[in-house]
Design a protein around this ligand. Sequence first.
Ligand code: SF4
Length: 319
Amino acid sequence: MPSANGRDQGFRWRRADDDGGQPSLFSDEELFDRHVGIGEYRGLEFLHVNAKRIINPVPPQSRMGFRYTINAYRGCSHACSYCFARPTHDYLGLGIGEDFERKLVVKINAVEKLKAELRSPKWEGDLIAMGTNTDPYQRAEGKYHLTRGIVQALGDARNPFSILTKGTLILRDLDVLTAAAQRTDVRCAFSIGTLDEAVWRATEPGTPHPRRRVEAVRRLNVAGIPTGVLVAPIIPGWSDRVEQLEEVTEACLDAGATSVTPIALHLRPGVKEHFLAFVDRCNPDLGAGLRARYGGRAYLLRDDQKAVTAPVHEVLRRR
Ligand code: SF4
């Protein structure tokens, strides 16, 4: 039975570092329902909230290429072991491990809230980025259709937007995406870090097969939605062999990707401990090397980053 509020579930809602750093406040009253997934959603639990706002400003100090984001969900069933967004679940009093992958916060009022915010005279029509903190086309979207409603609302308002995803469910929305693209600037990007089957299965167990993502890149571009690829994350020692990076880069270019950008693994505090513990269980030979290369940092040293991303740049130069 769904409960009327989250208090008896032991959730504590507080100011959270959502959407790249800006705060969002959730209170007990806003968590109004929970649903246990059945059928294809078995194993997932959906926590329904009413968000106070849906367009979130990015902190001014951010070096992101956008100023506003929308994330209709928190948590992500794509379950990538390296996911940088895991700590956002900690702010909700939930765990950054399995809870992040299975207890998904659903901003039930996202579409209606967005329409109201787009109508506000204060809104100046800036580009809005989706997929910055959780995947807008994760499995929950098959049930709730919030991203679809958001795409429609943004298209109707002629408001430019971008989508970053690993979810081939985006193809369900080709109709509304192409309609939006006729009215405003729409850009998509897929994250495809590797086509290596073993690495994919181990590190991104809830995501569509990377070759299906490559096919989605092709279909979106054919439909007139400019779609690029982030070859990300490249995991040093696991998915950074030259032949691995050549394979994924060639495939994305063959699919018509409008850009191919390599990004080495980033391990922010909290995620780093989670990911290294996962590596110790899953690929123990890798742990010592990763610890040495990252040291106390979230990033590889600059020269190491250059070396790791070089094979992708080399293919781009050749083509
Ligand atoms: S798809 Fe993105 S948001 Fe979802 S778990 Fe993977 S990295 Fe995190």
